[in-house]
Design a protein around this ligand. Structure first.
Ligand code: PMP
Length: 414
């Protein structure tokens, strides 16, 4: 075997983290990984999570037994309501099949396996797999995740680097020109890496064309609550796709992560939801059994601890209200940092325009800095962000935001 195995380069994100950790400069700043930090630059355990943990740890039936194959039912059913809304027709008409997964990445992986085995669109008489379309740019892991499953991937234009805004025409053209029955991966909110989301009107145009061309929409929802602070607003596109009967999709897949919005990154809590067009109990049961087969063969059954905590948050009204406050705490702190960064850049009269940083939303900003500027920031100033110019705004805080702005100012002028 050995002759065929060659070492791969380190994962860009985790490689960046390793360089940051090794850096001995005291004023170093980590704007790499998408994990929330508080005003002191520290990981934050949400008060709602602490409340739920206390209830669980003190309950007399607390244990570490296996969960069912499809996960904790109280978790999957309430998770579906978070993304779809309590009175979603997909739920009331029993057209929804959900299974618990290893966070958002696991949800995408299960969705990919499900598509590979069972999604054969009407337009595909042969057995070729559908093309998976992703935004350009997208979360880098999307490519290897689907390619490792044997899919061919393609991209649709998304970010116009000149105008620093959405390339809507390019996006719509790709949808029109893609082979019918392709899969379109859509970032439900807080697009990673650009922080740029379509407007509601743009979403309607996008979803309309996906429907007209018989493509399968796959929503990747990893940041619900991070864009606006409101779970409802951040689920707008998903709910539009599911609830508006004008669209005739072959089905809808939703990959949901709770890593960021409950701040339990390492506990791997997520779900995949399959939305069918109509209620059909035979098909419902069939889909459920196939999802169960995938989970059983891959992980046997999903992890329990985080799912119990999230289920407790979602099913206890007082803790749910605390969670809503926690989301506002996180999203508004990030927005404050966007504003402080931009106002400092403007005060310094740093060449270029910077208001796109405050117009973007969610955890990230696509700063527009080029790879050379990014590497100067790292080498000369100890500020770490991805080569694409993506900064995790959560890494900014009142103690480092001015230093970051001054360093950006320097590298832009060099
Ligand atoms: N999708 C996107 C767009 C993401 O940014 C992330 C997290 N970086 C994920 C999915 C999955 O994350 P996790 O597996 O930690 O839930």
């Amino acid at each position: 075997y050995s002759a065929n195995i060659q070492q791969l380069p380190p994962d860009p994100m985790f490689g960046l983290k390793a360089r940051y950790v090794k850096d001995t400069r005291e004023n170093k700043v980590d704007l790499g990984i998408g994990a929330y930090r508080d005003d002191n630059g520290k990981p934050w355990i949400l008060p709602s999570v602490k409340l739920a943990e206390n209830l669980i740890l003190n309950s007399k039936d607390y244990n570490h037994e296996y969960l069912p194959i499809n996960g904790l039912p109280e978790f999957t059913s309430s998770a579906a309501k978070v993304i779809l809304g309590n009175d979603s027709k997909a739920i009331t008409e029993d057209r929804l099949i959900s299974t618990q997964t290893l966070s958002g990445t696991g949800a995408l992986h299960v969705a990919g396996l499900f598509i590979r085995e069972y999604f054969k669109s009407n337009d595909q008489s042969d057995n070729t797999l559908p093309l998976i379309y992703m935004s350009n740019p997208t979360w880098a892991n999307h490519f290897q995740l689907f390619e490792l499953l044997g899919f061919k991937t393609a991209t649709y234009p998304y970010w116009n680097s000149n105008s620093k805004s959405l390339d809507l025409d390019g996006f719509l053209n790709s949808i029109k020109n893609a082979p019918k029955g392709s899969v379109f991966v859509l970032h439900a909110t807080a697009h990673n890496p650009t922080g740029l989301d379509p407007t509601t009107d743009q979403w309607k145009q996008i979803l309309n064309l996906i429907s007209e061309n018989n493509h399968l929409p796959l929503f990747d929802s990893a940041y619900q609550g991070f864009s606006s602070g409101s779970l409802e607003k951040d689920a707008w596109a998903v709910r539009e796709g599911v609830n508006n009967n004008n669209y005739k999709f072959p089905g809808i897949l939703i990959c949901q992560s709770f890593a960021k919005n409950v701040g339990m990154y390492g506990e791997r809590i997520g779900a995949v939801h399959v939305v069918l067009n109509e209620h059909n109990s035979i098909l419902n049961n069939a889909v459920k059994s196939h999802l169960a087969k995938i989970i059983r063969s891959e992980i046997s059954n999903p992890p329990g601890y985080g799912a119990k905590i999230v289920a407790k948050i979602l099913n206890t009204p007082e803790i749910y209200s605390q969670w809503e406050k926690d989301l506002i705490t996180m999203s508004s702190r990030i927005n404050r940092m966007r504003q402080e960064l931009v106002s400092e850049l403007q005060r310094l009269q740093t060449p270029g325009t910077w208001n796109h940083i405050t117009e973007q939303q969610g955890m990230f900003s696509f700063t527009g800095l080029n790879p050379e500027q990014v590497s100067k920031l790292e080498n000369d100033h100890g500020i770490y962000l991805l080569g694409s110019g993506r900064a995790s705004v959560a890494g900014l805080n009142p103690s480092n935001v001015k230093y970051v702005a001054q360093s950006i100012d320097k590298v832009v002028r060099e």
